[in-house]
Every structure is written in C-alpha cells, then in structure tokens.
Design a protein around this ligand. Structure first.
Ligand code: DGL
Length: 273
C-alpha cells in the first residue's frame, strides 16, 4: 500500500484523543485512522513520567507495526513526558510524530494575549512544558497554570453536563491561579467534551475568556504536515475506523459511536502482556 493511504495512528489514555481524531477527520475526511485508547491504564495524568513513557513506548510499537504513516500523541500528559521517546522510535521507521502541545504553543505565540491560563492533569502541569516552551519565545507572556486532576476521570466516567461536573468545574475555575486571564488553554484532550460547561462558567461570571480547545489547532497542524510531506490520502472511499482499547469500557464505546456515525470497528487488544 502506498504510504499516503496508510492510516494515521492516534493514541490517548481513553476517550480524550477521540476529540482530536474527530477534528482530524473533519479537516481530512479522506484519511484513515487507527486509534489506541489505553483505558486499562487511565488516568495517565496522575502517573509518574516513567510509567507514562513505558505505556507510550508499547503503544508506539503497536502503531508502527500496524504500518501507520504518522503518529499523533493525542494526550497532553503523554505529550509532556514521552514525546522524545515516541519521536525517536517513530523517526527511526520514517514516521513523523505530532504531539498536542507544540502546535498549541505556536498558536498562542501568534495571538495577542498577555495572560494565558492553562489547565491540565498533574503530569502536564508538573512538567511545566507550557511555561517553558512559551518563555523560550516570549518572556513577557504570563502563563498561569492550574492542575485539574479530577476533570479527566470525571469525563471518562460520563459525568458531564450535570450537577457534579458543574460544581467541580466551578471550583477549579474560581481558583486565584486563573484570575485575570484572557484565554484558557484546555491542555487535556478530554476537556473539549466540557468546553461548553467551561464557557458557561465564564458567561455566568461575566468574564470574557477565550477558550482554546486544542483538538482543532492540532488537526490544522496535521493537515499542514501531511500536505508538506505529500502524504495526504486522496482515496475517497468510505473507510472503516479502527479503534483499539486495552480494556473495553461502556463510556469508550458510547463516545466512539457518538463521534463516528460511519463504520466503527472497536476491539480490545492487550498489547501490554
Ligand atoms: N487525555 C489525557 C491528557 O490529554 C489525560 C487523561 C488522563 O489523565 O489519562 O492529558
């Protein structure tokens, strides 16, 4: 098979990366994707860098062995700590790796913000990757970070658009670490699923804050890379979407069907044994 017709490999700890996969397929409907959700080890965000690197390594080998043409680390926690490892493994096999942080850093640097808030898991926030990358290019831009560790498990368990999520979101967003921000980066791929609820919080509090969900930014970035590498899939046949999980969960199945109306092939695969 020609390289351009090979699938894009995408992985996350669970359903979060589906927000990225969905945005990629909207921007690039001819592409084939192969998704791995490591639901057995979710949440990544509360694990040590060593463990996240170990899981990401196994998944990368799996995707490379399936013949993907590009890998998207659709998880901020893995992007924060495992990018170098994944990139080295994939580059050796001629495969480019995109993480979900650098495209967003680029995007922020081109906007006119003075104070940007970033929320994400403990792994992402503790890695300091956002302030570090941004400060290298613009030392004046103020980056205000807050770890919001309950959000990803809350979303993964289906607690969205309800009383519980409202209280948890309000609690986090009222933290003084996020005072006076002009924009808020949702630095976890699960968070686009609560973007409206986050927006409602700011509306109710009459605050004007741009909410940056990173999935669309990443999709545009992937489109540029595939165009530059001349790897866009021009085959317009309807594709079957392949999803693999390390543990079969209801929420994964529900979310997959919510996003993808076309043919979905969901399989449990224990690649860690
Ligand atoms: N979706 C992952 C991220 O973007 C986080 C979820 C988790 O903690 O596993 O960081």
């Amino acid at each position: 098979m020609e390289k351009a017709e090979r699938p894009i490999g995408i992985f996350d700890s669970g359903i979060g990366g589906l927000t990225v996969a969905n945005a990629v397929l909207k921007a690039l409907p001819n592409e084939d994707i192969l998704y791995f959700g490591d639901t057995a080890h979710m949440p990544y965000g509360e694990k040590s860098p060593d463990i996240i690197i170990r899981y990401s390594t196994v998944i990368t080998h799996f995707l490379l062995d399936k013949g993907v043409k590009l890998i998207i680390i659709a998880c901020n926690s893995a992007s924060s700590v495992a990018y170098k490892t994944v990139k080295n493994l994939a580059n050796k096999r001629g495969v480019t790796v995109v993480n979900v942080i650098l495209p967003v850093v680029d995007f922020i640097l081109h906007e006119k913000y003075k104070r940007v808030g970033v929320i994400g898991t403990n792994a992402t926030i503790n890695s300091q990757v956002f302030p570090n990358k941004i400060k290298q290019k613009n030392s004046k831009l103020q980056i205000q970070t807050l770890a919001t560790p309950l959000l990803a498990p809350m979303i993964e368990s289906g607690f969205v658009n309800g009383e519980i999520s409202k209280v948890i979101i309000e609690n986090y967003l009222s933290d003084e670490a996020l005072d006076d921000i002009e924009s808020l980066v949702l630095a976890c791929t699960h968070y686009p699923l609560i973007k409206n609820e986050i927006g409602n919080f700011y509306k109710e509090n009459k605050r004007n804050v741009d909410i940056l969900a990173t999935n669309e930014i990443v999709a545009a970035y992937v489109k540029n890379i595939l165009t530059r590498e001349e790897l866009l899939n021009t085959n317009q046949e309807e594709k079957e979407r392949h999803f693999f999980v390390s543990d079969y969960t209801d929420s994964f199945e529900k979310t997959t069907h919510l996003f993808y109306k076309s043919k979905v092939n969901l399989q449990q695969s224990n690649i860690f044994e």
